[in-house]
Design a protein around this ligand. Sequence first.
Ligand code: AMP
Ligand code: ZN
Length: 505
Amino acid sequence: MSDDQHIAAPLRLFNSLTRTIEPFVPIEPGHARIYSCGPTVYNYAHLGNLRAYVFTDTLRRTLLWKALAVTHVINITDVGHLTSDADAGDDKMEAAARASAKSIWDIAAHYTTAFKQNIADLNIIAPSEWTVATDYVPQMIAFAEKIAPDHCYELESGLYFDSASVPDYGALAGGRDDAAHARIDPVAGKRNASDFAIWRKSPPDEQRQMEWDSPWGKGAPGWHLECSVMSQARLGHPFDIHTGGIDHREIHHPNEIAQNQAFHACCGSDVGAAEAGFTGARWWMHNNFLVDRSGKMSKSKGSFTTLFSLIDAGVHPLAYRLLCLGAHYRSELEFSAEGVAATLTRLKRLVMGIDNLKTRAEGVTWQSPRIDYLRANLHPKLTPLLEQFDAAMADDLMTPRALPLLEEVVAMKKVPVDERLCLLAAFDTALGLNLLTLTRADLRLRPKDAQITADEIEAELDRRTAARADKDFALSDAIRDALIARGVEVMDGDPLRWDWRLTLA
Ligand code: AMP
Ligand code: ZN
């Protein structure tokens, strides 16, 4: 069978550059290269940040499902980055270090470890490489030196990129929006409101914890520079796909593109050097926001929900992953305690349904073979479901259309259980929910501040069953009310025998 035959539905992805869904063809046949803007490690990632990485992981897994090899780079921004897209104001990393009286390096190490823990808890495949910004400062300086003569000018506060020096600045954002730039960036002396810092000089009266010597004086690189330099260093320009949250479509990514164009114009020798409309990456893809009732979740707002706090409340992290997959990545998704509780229930039902199939399969081993093998060997009743799943994922990662197929396979009649398990395992390679290994016990996380243990609950429920058998309904009600008061919901007659759960805070 040729490689093309097993790729049933051609993969099509939305490209923010053209604002259309386009067939995805990697530059190097059979191999996709992706760069994802990573976290700024001055605080814990909030659930909104993590939505961005569930999205890139779904992208990566779908490319793998389509039998492509993938090289994926995620960066760690451990230097600079101001409290907005601006060039002036407080530096997030330095401010966090001052607030906690810790060294900036300790802060970065602490939040990097926490972020990697979140990634593992969400079953996100670790990138082929984490690139750390502070490891690339000499390359950033070299890059800036090359583009400076034709594209930059110096002010007292740093070296600035002249956004009028490249064609179509801001095309990714849908055109240049000087008013928006003027709002965020009040640096005096800039030629255009949308010009941005390539190098930020340390203020003369202040010693930064992180600063380097450069031809423009002591200072630190501008945030946009790091992604241009690291993506070029690790993947070469142009590479296939650059990802980030939709906020990056407006400023960070247009600035990266401008830098890439400037470098390409002066020194480009990479593949595609003669390419018109060079932007550094062929596809720019953006996930939409996770919002809560008060608006977009953001670290700089101060209060936010982390994956750690969700786990502490007794929610399994993969329930959050399922919540993300339940919405298309380009739609806004509202986070609420009720919403995540409902997805936790959905995950429990799936896991118990699959558990039941596993019991009936009695030791038959199943695996997740490649889609071409599946298509040739699958039970005829399952083949349409495989086709529908493939078509949904190939259609710009339409996970909300793919998910109900899981429940359909679990419930399917008159098809051998091992065949169904095999198909579920294959689906899960693209969805990453660990459906074949999660157990009922895994999903019953104990909230950190729970006042009661599972054994105590079971003992109380046994006492209640006995009271009901004795027709002592007053006692039975009293036991239930006491459990409710301690945060335990009693679910009489639950079809999955999940007879209690702890209520979410
Ligand atoms: P940061 O650590 O702020 O640089 O953000 C890391 C990633 O999270 C970036 O790709 C952001 O665009 C993305 N992001 C930030 N806030 C949200 C949100 N509320 N929902 C989804 N993605 C977000
Ligand atoms: Zn970036």
